[in-house]
Design a protein around this ligand. Structure first.
Ligand SMILES: *[C@@H]1O[C@H](CO)[C@@H](O)[C@H](O)[C@H]1NC(C)=O
Ligand SMILES: *[C@@H]1O[C@H](CO)[C@@H](O)[C@H](O)[C@H]1NC(C)=O
Ligand SMILES: *[C@@H]1O[C@H](CO)[C@@H](O)[C@H](O)[C@H]1NC(C)=O
Length: 682
């Protein structure tokens, strides 16, 4: 069993200098870097942090090579055991030769997670910024952002970098982007130029590269891992425990999220995205044979997809006699292997009580043992909820429970304290000393109403009329709602169309036998015509609005429920009670006609939000508000985000504000729009 060592390195390229100049362990460099960072030694920290990133890359490289070199040979009975031991020997020897003592390079799970989250890049962007290397800072920030698109601090930092004239657009690049994505993006851009033939070749390249990178990811799953619990002493059980962990890790390689243009993670398997796009292009090129081959490959994922089957029949008819029945071997073996691994994992789940979270939504039901099907289905539904970008937010009512397709109720969007802050902001907007007065509501003479836009709140904060932290919270809370809408409905980037913090108060003594509404039934992007049971999507309706949302701040009032109706404006299909931190999101069209029941006692405060997919219709006011947030008193805000952002452990951000002059778009157009809006937004 010791023969292989000598043979082994014949085919293996030993890195020059590896033996004399051993790799410095990534974790040591990482911790050294963070230590220097905390002592504000920017250059020193930077060198260590980059060193850790490079070491990690090299380490993975070596492990891949050793893995390839040390193939498992022999497959059955005692042969298998011998093969396993011999492979272990080979791997150990290989790594020892290329790296030194393996114990030096074992990372704890904690460190692995730090690298996975891309944390070094968040520190690197600061060190580069401090050293006035702006392009590098932007690239490091962007790299961290891609891994953490919902991290509020990094979103703001990216916006700041984008405003700095010195930084060119190409600097905003993901330094850890898998190669296939670069090639895929090239294919997309060729496609947009109408160069179909070149595009399709690029896409085929991208597919090949993806499959290779996928193999690498799988190979790295076999690395050493820290055992979380040591209680499994039984030989077979210990082995199956480890083996299923490796398999689960391999399954998750398909999960690698693709970043959509909106910055949201899409849930599509990259392989399916490739095939779907290839299918489109081959169809356009009228290359029926290639198209048929792709559909057959797609059908491996979804054998019951009738649309795909029909398309295949269409292509085969066109091909007539020349129908080869071919499909992509690479896809076939991918699907076969994935399914056989899934079978093992489900077996382990059924018989060994080992948990398995299947990352794929295309897994055919028959793979799952009958006894587990209900449980798996339930877990999948729960997982859907967990893909929300904020951990503390939960789905309270699914679209189905709300008797619609584009309606959802989320809870926990803001907490009790935040509700109170926003509530008092809404009331303070009534004017200093006046308590809560407001104007008479345009919808009913029995309520008073008060509204406040984000920009107005920030302006009032600037002049000291309201608490600045309250105004900032308003901005952030509305941003959270936007991200949630975008993510829940899985849309392209949503822009703000309008945001309004509105409080409605019952007028005392005028509530007897009320049968009107606080807000009559209407739809948000079309004119509801209940008699015709139609909704006319034409001006003066805000036709560009795509989604609406209401974030509630309190529940200590009577009445005021939100309700949805059919197009007849009378058949109620769902009714929602407001409560602090509850966000109701819905499509802005006639399918979600809605109204608000009379508020008969107390004050009901909520933030109403409208979103549009159209960048052209994004409201100007928001960008002015965002300038106010980032700009003049950004200093204070940075302090705030340090304490609030959970993922943030360090400081060193104060100089952003002083360095950067926020651009201020002219307010002329904006003023007109605000006036126009004021009437109907309440
Ligand atoms: C079925 O296949 C077609 C064509 O490939 C695709 O557009 C569609 O999304 C698939 N349906 C499902 C439910 O995945
Ligand atoms: C299965 O494992 C879970 C924890 O992972 C444990 O709570 C449960 O009791 C186990 N069930 C059986 C039958 O061993
Ligand atoms: C949806 O409809 C069902 C049956 O009519 C009803 O019981 C339920 O309350 C409705 N959902 C909501 C959120 O109102």
């Amino acid at each position: 069993m010791c023969g292989p060592l000598l043979l082994l390195f014949g085919g293996l390229l030993v890195l020059p200098g590896t033996l004399t100049d051993p790799l410095s362990p990534p974790d040591l460099q990482l911790w050294a870097g963070l230590d220097l960072f905390s002592r504000e030694d920017w250059a020193g920290a930077q060198a260590q942090l980059w060193g850790s990133v490079r070491s990690l890359r090299e380490l993975r490289e070596v492990r891949l090579r050793c893995g390839t070199e040390c193939k498992l040979r022999g497959t059955q009975g005692p042969q298998l055991e011998e093969a396993v031991l011999s492979r272990a020997d080979c791997l150990l020897g290989c790594e020892r030769l290329l790296l030194g003592e393996p114990s030096l390079y074992r990372l704890t799970q904690e460190t692995e997670r730090v690298f996975q989250r891309g944390l070094p890049y968040n520190y690197l962007q600061v060190t580069h910024y401090k050293l006035e290397e702006l392009d590098e800072a932007a690239a490091a920030a962007f790299t961290f952002y891609v891994k953490n698109p919902h991290h509020e601090q990094i979103q703001e930092d990216i916006q700041r970098y984008r405003r700095m004239k010195e930084i060119q657009e190409p600097s905003f690049q993901d330094l850890e982007q898998p190669q296939y994505k670069t090639v895929y993006a090239q294919a997309l851009s060729l496609l947009s130029e109408g160069k179909l033939r070149v595009a399709v070749r690029r896409l085929e390249d991208s597919l090949k590269i993806y499959l290779m990178e996928h193999e690498d990811c799988r190979a790295l799953c076999e690395g050493t891992r820290e055992q979380e619990s040591e209680i499994y002493k039984d030989f077979s059980y210990a082995i199956s425990q480890y083996y299923t962990e490796v398999l689960q890790c391999k399954q998750n390689c398909a999960l690698e999220p693709t970043l959509r243009p909106s910055g949201e993670h899409s849930k599509q398997d990259p392989l399916i995205s490739h095939l779907s796009l290839l299918l489109d292009i081959y169809t356009k090129l009228e290359d029926w044979e290639a198209a048929a081959e792709i559909v057959r490959s797609l059908l491996l994922f979804q054998p019951r997809n009738e649309t795909a089957k029909e398309r295949l029949r269409g292509y085969e008819e066109r091909l007539q006699g020349k129908n080869s029945g071919k499909l992509r071997e690479s896809i076939l073996s991918y699907v076969r292997r994935t399914l056989s691994e899934k079978k093992l994992l489900y077996y382990a789940m059924e018989h060994l009580n080992i948990s398995f979270n299947d990352p794929d939504s295309w897994t055919p039901e028959e793979i799952i043992p009958e006894i587990l099907r209900d449980r798996v289905k339930k877990e999948r539904e729960e997982k859907d909820q967990r893909t929300l970008p904020f951990e503390e937010v939960t789905v309270t009512l699914t679209p189905k429970q709300m008797n619609g397709t584009t309606r959802v109720t989320l809870d926990g969007v803001i907490n009790q304290e935040e509700c109170q802050m926003l509530h008092s902001l809404g009331q303070a907007a009534g004017g200093p000393g006046s308590g809560f007065r407001g104007r008479l509501s345009p919808h009913t003479p029995r309520e008073r109403i008060q509204g406040l836009t984000v920009l107005r709140a920030l302006q009032m904060a600037a002049s000291g009329a309201v608490d600045s932290s309250h105004a900032r919270l308003y901005y952030r809370a509305s941003e959270r709602a936007r991200v949630l809408a975008q993510s829940y409905f899985d849309t392209e980037k949503l822009h703000f169309s309008f945001t309004h913090l509105v409080c409605r108060s019952a007028i005392e003594g005028e509530q007897d036998s009320r049968n009107d509404f606080s807000h009559p039934v209407h739809a948000d992007n079309c004119i509801l015509d209940p008699e015709e049971r139609e909704c006319w999507k034409e001006p003066p309706a805000y036709v560009h609005r795509d989604y609406s949302g209401v974030l509630y701040l309190n529940d200590d009032f009577q009445g005021g429920d939100l309700f949805f109706t059919e197009l007849d404006a009378t058949t109620v299909t769902a009714e929602i009670r407001p409560s602090c931190g509850r966000l109701v999101l819905f499509g802005a069209g006639g399918e979600n006609a809605h109204g608000v029941r009379a508020v008969t006692r107390g004050t009901r405060c909520a933030i109403a939000l409208w979103f549009t997919k159209s960048a052209v219709h994004a409201e100007q006011e928001r960008s002015l508000a965002s300038d106010l947030m980032m700009g003049s008193d950004g200093h204070k805000q940075n302090k705030e985000s340090e304490t609030k952002n959970t993922g943030r452990e360090t400081s060193g951000r104060e100089t952003f504000a002083s360095k950067e002059e926020p651009e201020r778009p002219s307010g002329r157009r904006q003023k007109k729009r605000v006036n126009r809006k004021f009437e109907d937004e309440l």
